[in-house]
Design a protein around this ligand. Sequence first.
Ligand code: SF4
Ligand code: SF4
Length: 441
Amino acid sequence: MKKIVKTCSSIQSAIYLAPNEIRTCCQRYFRDKKLCGDVVLFKTNDINAEKILDSIIKAKKSLISKINNDDVDDPCTGCHSLEVSEFEQPQKQILINHISIETDTTCNMRCVYCSPIYYGGNKSNYDPIQLIEEMDKKGFLDKSVVIHWGGGEPTIGEDFENRLNRLTKIVNIKSIRFFTNSTKNSKGISNWLKNDKAQITTSIDAGSEETFRKVRGLRGIQRVLSNLENYKKLINNPQKITIKYIFNKYNCKNEDIKLFIENLVKYDLSSLPLQISIDFKIEKPSIEIYKAALNLYNQHIKISKKFNAFFDDHFLHAISRILKKGSKDKTYSSLLDLEIVKIINEFAENHEWVIWGTGSFAKYLFSESYISTIKKPLALISDDPFKEESKDFNIKDSSFIKNHKKKIFICLGSVSYRNQIIKKIKAANISEDHIANIPFI
Ligand code: SF4
Ligand code: SF4
């Protein structure tokens, strides 16, 4: 008999492997002003993979029971990821499709925005690959598993190449995203890239060697760029490697932006997506940081000749808030003269646009972004046959774009799923030149 059960996709299908604990999600949210989430299933110093897997399944089942019995210890009350679903046996449907490996916090860098949680040198007693092998053997892996491998710096972690090689034997693994500083050229990562089953995210954060050393605590910017150049030669799709620039007080000078852009051209990295972020410890970014970030965005459009840079959520909200405050704000006035802000204003005043997507980020852009205060988008677009009906958002399918008399520009309504959205736009037979080449803030 089917049962109505409250649960979430992370409980049913994700696992986060830390040095001495196993978590079931990376969701953070506030409940009564208290930060909640990042739910820990249990602490462990155990070495035995079979025993740990057994504990994972028991802990997930126990969490589902707590949630459904309104237990006072339930760590999930108020989380927006909780969903009510119909299950034959929810506990039996635990099938892992997302695994995060962060079991070794060794790193050869000391980035100013990092902390000993990531470079402190803790290592798990258990072997994470053995645990994944055990999940495979016992039928707990879903058909298509995605692994995120960070740490620390994964490539210098214990037995990395051998461990990576063992994962090639698990057929259900669809892809691995490596969060690497690329100081080391890894043979294993190269092989996974060649087989079209890997993605990389690497932060550069500087233009000059001097700034690189200040921000990353180590010399070697040219080595990192050269390793990325070699990785890029192995891929057909540039979207497989993401470069990051995390702003802080050391790396926002014009000279750094100029040299960073020159390096991207020199090492043939200009076609790769660029994620622009900020040190999350900075509560109030300075005018210099805002200017540098917007300038970087502008320069990147010029070298990549397309919309291929994006701000992370945190930074995007901050910039949008400043621009919306209007001319009374000192920071706003000093941003007005920037070429990119003029381009955004000109675009909004003269073009019609829609947002592709119906998730929370798309809805934020629709109703709260700076650009939507200049001109409202015409609609949110989704070709999902089960898309929601909404009074607050005008939701249409892709024929709306094709049948409109004037050209409509598209804004991608998600940072995490931007590649999937581009695929959907192509699948709908809409040319990529409809995607607007400006930051939507
Ligand atoms: S309901 Fe929320 S807090 Fe609880 S495990 Fe799922 S994502 Fe994490
Ligand atoms: S490279 Fe990554 S893990 Fe190492 S210090 Fe920098 S941010 Fe932390």
